[in-house]
Design a protein around this ligand. Structure first.
Ligand SMILES: [Zn+2]
Length: 424
């Protein structure tokens, strides 16, 4: 057993921080939270890992990112999604996916996920089986938790020919799903960019394979108006974009699904997302950077839709999830000015970045008993003036003004995760 001491802050429910001021958190041998106590039991001689006066918060989950786009970060944002993909993203991704560069790109991404405290992450790499395998191995070595999936596209979108046949695509995906089926920390997620470059036949086979391997599924949904127009032209039989996935069995229900963006959803689609238990990755920086729009976060939370926060590098300009959180609050405030409805609070968005997105991985993102002890230790002394602040005020200030410089330690399952050596 391990015992940590500090100002423990988490959000078991979305509306308020639950705060335990300089208290003790007991963690079992297998890294799960047992209980939080005000005092140590009398006569207990167990050593305490002492972070008195520091903030102890759950580590973050980055629910959507494209690792092999990382070298492109910050570039080409004067274009909207489809032109950005064609002109910038596809060539850059191809370069970083080459075997000579792939490890360097993976190193940078893994290092920066660690740096910003996103110790759980959902990756959307390239069509290359080699890239995905390399990334999965390196993530596994890092000690962090992740889902990674090979992009499957058997239809040509920007190129003359498709990258792979349906059969080649499934064979590669099944090899990866099989190889990592017993891995605890780094697991496979079936992955399709959008229903523009994956055939119905492919997605139906993915449904069957996802059930066989108990693996989840990820894809993009309703990100950009031109994208939606193209989708509906290709699928005239569907009432909406979501149905292009649902009719193939890859839209929640028996296959755990995360849909990225979900900005221009119809009423029908919102009901489908809610009823099918689909997760939404809210990627606000990306949505602002390439002018896709602002997702109705307040509405989704009120509808009970499962939402997490994604950096969506590299249409999003940073892996810093704290920065993504404040941007999500700010964007919600701007929508509220227009609609007259309430914006989301920082507590709610912190919940989404921890327990909300974390639930995609299981009992993750909270310090309730039975949850993984995955934690960040925050020394926020550099952010404070020499007057007395409450713990809640310190949390708010950290989330608005802080960054990785205040994170002094990171834990997964009770074990400290040190800075990945290849960058240090
Ligand atoms: Zn994406």
């Amino acid at each position: 057993m391990k015992i940590f001491k500090g100002n423990i802050v988490h959000t078991p429910t979305k509306d308020t921080f639950e705060i335990f001021e300089n208290q003790y958190i007991f963690v079992s041998e297998d890294g799960l939270v047992q209980e939080i106590r005000k005092e140590l039991p009398q006569g207990m001689e167990q050593e305490v890992i002492d972070y008195t006066d520091k903030l102890l918060i759950p580590a973050y989950t980055d629910l959507h990112l494209h690792p092999f786009q990382y070298p492109l970060i910050g570039n080409g944002y004067d274009r909207e999604l489809l032109e950005w993909c064609y002109r910038y993203c596809a060539p850059a991704e191809m370069l970083s996916a080459e075997e000579a560069t792939e490890r360097k790109v993976c190193q940078a991404v893994i290092h920066d996920l660690w740096k910003y405290g996103s110790l759980h992450s959902v990756h959307f790499p390239t069509v290359s089986e080699h890239n995905v395998d390399t990334l999965m191995q390196m993530l596994d070595e890092s000690g962090m938790f992740a889902y990674v999936g090979k992009s499957q596209d058997d239809l040509a979108l920007f190129a003359e020919n498709a990258d792979e046949t349906t059969e080649e695509s499934m064979q590669a995906a099944l090899r990866l799903a099989g190889k990592y089926k017993d891995s605890r920390r780094v697991r496979y997620i079936f992955t399709v960019g959008w229903s523009l470059d994956a055939s119905d036949d492919l997605m139906r086979q993915i449904h069957d394979a996802a059930l066989m391997y108990q693996a989840p599924f990820q894809a993009h949904l309703d990100e950009n108006r031109t994208e939606i127009k193209w989708i509906l032209e290709r699928h005239p039989e569907c009432r909406n974009y979501a149905e292009t996935y649902e009719k193939c069995g890859v839209f929640g229900k028996e296959v755990k699904t995360v849909m990225e963006h979900c900005i221009h959803t119809t009423e029908e689609e919102i009901a489908m997302m809610r009823d099918n238990g689909v997760y939404v990755a809210h990627c606000i920086h990306s949505n602002l950077d390439i002018m896709s729009g602002i997702m109705q976060l307040r509405r989704y939370i009120d509808e009970g839709i499962r939402v997490g926060i994604g950096s969506d590098i590299s249409a999003g300009h940073t892996l810093n999830l704290t920065d993504c959180m404040r941007a999500a609050v700010q964007a919600s405030k701007m929508l509220a000015v227009r609609t007259g409805k309430l914006p989301v609070s920082m507590e709610e968005v912190f919940y989404l970045a921890t327990k909300g997105g974390g639930s995609f991985f299981g009992k993750v993102g909270s310090f309730e008993p039975g949850y993984q002890f995955d934690a960040l230790v925050i020394d926020d002394s550099s952010l404070s003036l020499p007057i007395q602040y409450t713990i809640k005020e310190r949390m708010e200030r950290y989330l608005y003004c802080g960054d990785d410089r205040q994170i002094i330690a990171r834990y997964v399952l009770g074990e400290e995760i040190r800075e990945p050596a290849y960058i240090a």
